[in-house]
Design a protein around this ligand. Structure first.
Ligand SMILES: *Cc1c(COP(=O)(O)O)cnc(C)c1O
Length: 359
């Protein structure tokens, strides 16, 4: 068996230790004689898994007691609807910052429910920067401000935390747990699990208590944060296995020194890759230096005719899924928490060799 370094943007790599533990526990979880997949979500064994996952997440992210953690389904894309439905209130107005393809989708979905003010946009720059807050046009009566701290496709990350008097809502799908944050600054944080948490099927929603209970009448019960919170995310059958895998990941982060240690490693990993790009005249990255993503590093080759050879050569040395998003082209290396530093080192070495042989 040989494992590759998988640079996929999502679903993305998961640490070997986590997969091995899941494998060891596959047929018989801790003497129950059952796989976690086969357990009733209301049984004692599964409840202990679910509760520990939440407790560990609260500990590693330092989530204050006045926040609920919901384990939902439907991906971040479903939260694009759940957020406006739960937060818009009677005036049905919200502010959004447009910095890439994901915030664009969030805006399109929110528009189905109310009046959306795009307070700032970097579309003119092809989303290669983040507009400074001094240039934003925030409305006076918005129910909340939504933004995407890390845009996964273009690899652009906010270098600052937006300042606002209304609840701040963040789609952290591709950045959650990559660096330390102060949860109390946010009204809602949501993230699909398949990038930095675990496997697809699970969506984590961290929501401040006072924002729960105002869902617009007539909306699906499954999207109502109050129903989810009152039922401990078990109003229906949750994504039990994905929740379990997330728990293994949280536990591993806890045991390895927490998010602080991850952040240091992530900064080192991204630093190595951006240096390799910047020091070469063959590779380039179009994003403003101070807005570059820690997690998703797109780069283009001097000659796009060489893209195929690059991908093929990389594949041969076990570096996979480097093809850039179709809207950007070139390459993209997603280097989430679970990507070992050795994987980044191997990629940098391959890039240097490829340049030497082809530039
Ligand atoms: C991947 C991604 C999404 C979409 O997530 P789904 O779970 O597939 O709905 C939304 N926002 C961001 C920032 C993403 O990276």
């Amino acid at each position: 068996m040989s494992r590759v370094y998988n640079f996929s943007a999502g679903p993305a790599c998961i640490a070997d230790e986590v997969l091995k533990q899941a494998q060891e526990e596959m047929l018989d979880w801790q003497g129950t004689g059952m796989s976690v997949m086969e357990m009733s979500h209301r049984g004692k064994a599964y409840m202990s898994i679910a509760e520990k996952a939440e407790a560990d997440l609260r500990e590693i992210m330092n989530i204050p007691a006045n926040y609920k953690v919901l384990f939902m389904q439907g991906g971040a894309s479903t939260q694009f609807a759940a957020v406006p439905i739960n937060l818009m209130g009677s005036n049905r107005k919200a502010d959004y910052i447009l910095t890439g393809q994901w915030s664009k989708k969030a805006i399109a979905e929110a528009k189905r429910y109310g009046d959306i003010n795009v307070a700032a946009s970097s579309e003119d720059s092809k989303f290669t920067t983040v507009p400074e807050q001094s240039e934003w046009n925030l409305s006076k009566d918005a129910a909340y401000l939504h933004y995407t701290p890390n845009e996964t496709i273009v690899g652009v990350e906010f270098p600052f935390l937006p300042e606002t008097d209304v609840p701040l809502v963040a789609d952290m799908s591709s950045t959650i747990m990559s660096k330390e944050i102060d949860v109390s600054k946010f009204g809602i944080i949501y993230a699909g699990a398949q990038k930095n948490i675990g496997c697809a099927g699970l969506t984590i929603v961290i929501v401040r208590d006072d924002l729960i209970g105002n869902c617009i009448d007539g909306m699906p019960a499954m999207l109502d944060y109050k129903i989810m919170a009152d039922n401990d995310s078990m109003y229906n059958t949750p994504a039990t296995y994905s929740w379990y895998i997330a728990g293994l990941v949280f536990n591993r982060i806890k045991e390895n020194g927490g998010i602080k240690v991850l952040e240091e490693t992530n900064r080192r990993k991204a630093g190595k890759l951006y240096s390799a790009i910047d020091e070469s005249s063959f590779y380039s990255n179009p994003v403003d230096v101070d807005c570059r993503s820690l997690m998703n590093v797109p780069f283009i080759l001097g000659d796009s005719a060489l893209d195929g050879a690059f991908l093929e050569g990389a594949e041969k040395v076990g570096l996979t899924t480097l093809k850039g998003h179709r809207s950007v082209g070139g390459m993209r290396a997603s280097i989430y928490n679970a990507m070992p530093e050795a994987g980044v080192d191997a990629l940098v070495e391959f890039m240097k060799d490829f340049e030497k042989n082809n530039a």
